[in-house]
Design a protein around this ligand. Structure first.
Ligand code: SAM
Length: 391
């Protein structure tokens, strides 16, 4: 069935920013949105040999311990030659991703030899205090100030530079580099023009991916996220400096077909703004990329991806929409008949019958920073329907 993106529109809700509302009645099992591939994604580095970089299939599910097909030096593995070709030729234009991934491995190698040689950067940095940042200290002004300093600081006075990155730092860097490559490649006028018009057929992959401008429209969660997890600011700034270095190294090894894209990447990282804009929309808008464990079996998260238009679906503890991953695509299908004017909602957390309103509220507040204003929570927990964290 053809996806019907024109079947819903984005309107303001009374309880939690914007939401997706159907314009006409739709039967159960209607595919309302199919995002062909994420704007940016990461397969956790620890899974890179086991998860196909193109179609996200998990070797374990095919009875194998890892995939064997790879692009030399790029740190990516594939389940088939076809997937490899699509990764190189389709989305990655002459190997931009390969150049960036290769540069990342070089920078990581350098950091490793630096730290194993026992070298330390002892210069006191103007950002050192961020390592012990407390929630109460986090304000918009503090965030602006920290990022401004991050943009000005020189590598030799920066404690985050040349230090080991944690696993999550590195995964965040991979996600960011993917987003920067997408933006760099997608500056062709055709792609930008198509992606602005939501009502077009989603058979055009660029429409369902969205553009940089579409990404910027997403809810900015920087302040609540940093308040909830103050350590994230130091991590993000560390990642910014790492990504910047990767782009510089990639540029040095650049070859003509991708030179223009690398020039754009350099512009995006010259100051922290672009990275900050992506990170502000990462937490709270992205979807986990899970393996395809059958219902009832425990599944594993393999990475995460930003499917821009899917991020407009709010949470409801009695959802009328199901999300499911089909390869790189994320699909959203109605689970009940909906009438014109209804809001389409998915569930962000477990909403099974044995959960209580308190369980769900606690999890949503902890991980998503809002109190659920849905009808079921109101009925089961006496929650005020108008209560929600500001967007
Ligand atoms: C992925 S975004 C959904 C789109 C968002 N409403 C917007 O305007 O961009 C998640 C955010 O929507 C709001 N939200 C989603 N479901 C909600 C609910 N059941 N109750 C209150 N707020 C909700 C919260 O602000 C949450 O952080």
């Amino acid at each position: 069935m053809a996806p019907l993106f024109h079947a819903f529109e984005i309107l303001t809700t009374q309880y939690g920013g914007r939401g997706a509302f159907v314009s006409t009645s739709l039967p159960r099992e209607t595919l309302v949105l199919a995002s062909d591939c994420p704007y940016a994604s990461v397969i956790f580095r620890k899974f890179r040999k086991e998860v196909c970089a193109w179609c996200f299939s998990y070797a374990f599910e095919s009875g194998r311990s890892s995939w064997k097909i790879r692009v030399d030096g790029a740190g990516v593995w594939f389940c088939s030659e076809e997937c490899k070709e699509r990764w190189v030729d389709g989305s990655d234009r002459g190997g931009l991703r390969a150049a960036v991934n290769g540069a990342m491995e070089k920078v990581l190698g350098r950091i490793k030899s630096h730290t194993s040689a026992g070298k330390r950067n002892d210069v006191q940095s103007p950002l050192a205090h961020l390592e012990s940042l407390q929630s109460a200290d986090v304000t918009s002004d503090l965030l602006d100030h920290a990022w401004r300093i991050a943009g000005e600081v020189k590598p030799n006075s920066n404690p985050f530079f040349e230090s080991e990155l944690s696993e999550i730092d590195l995964d965040t860097a991979i996600f960011l580099l993917d987003g920067l490559c997408r933006r760099s490649i997608a500056t062709s006028p055709l792609i930008c023009r198509a992606s602005r018009h939501h009502a077009h057929s989603l058979s055009d992959p660029y429409v369902s991916i969205g553009s940089w401008d579409d990404l910027l429209e997403l809810q900015d969660n920087e302040l609540p996220h940093t308040k909830a997890k103050p350590y994230i600011l130091a991590s993000y700034i560390r990642v910014y400096h790492f990504v910047k270095e990767v782009v510089v190294v990639a540029d040095k090894s650049s070859f003509v077909p991708i030179a223009q894209y690398l020039t754009r990447l350099k512009e995006y990282v010259a100051t922290p703004e672009t990275i900050r804009m992506i990170l502000a929309r990462d937490h709270g808008n992205v979807f986990g990329i899970w393996d395809s464990a059958p219902p009832g079996e425990e599944s594993e998260m393999l990475g995460w991806g930003l499917y821009i238009f899917g991020s407009y679906f709010n949470h409801d503890c009695t959802p009328n929409l199901r999300k499911s991953r089909c390869g790189r695509a994320m699909c959203f299908t109605t689970t009940s008949a909906v009438t014109g004017g209804d809001e389409l909602c998915i569930n962000y957390v477990d909403v099974s019958d044995d959960t209580t309103a308190k369980d769900r509220q606690d999890e949503l507040e902890k991980e998503w920073f809002f109190r659920c204003a849905c009808g079921r929570c109101a009925r089961e927990g006496g929650v005020n329907e108008a209560t929600s964290m500001p967007s």
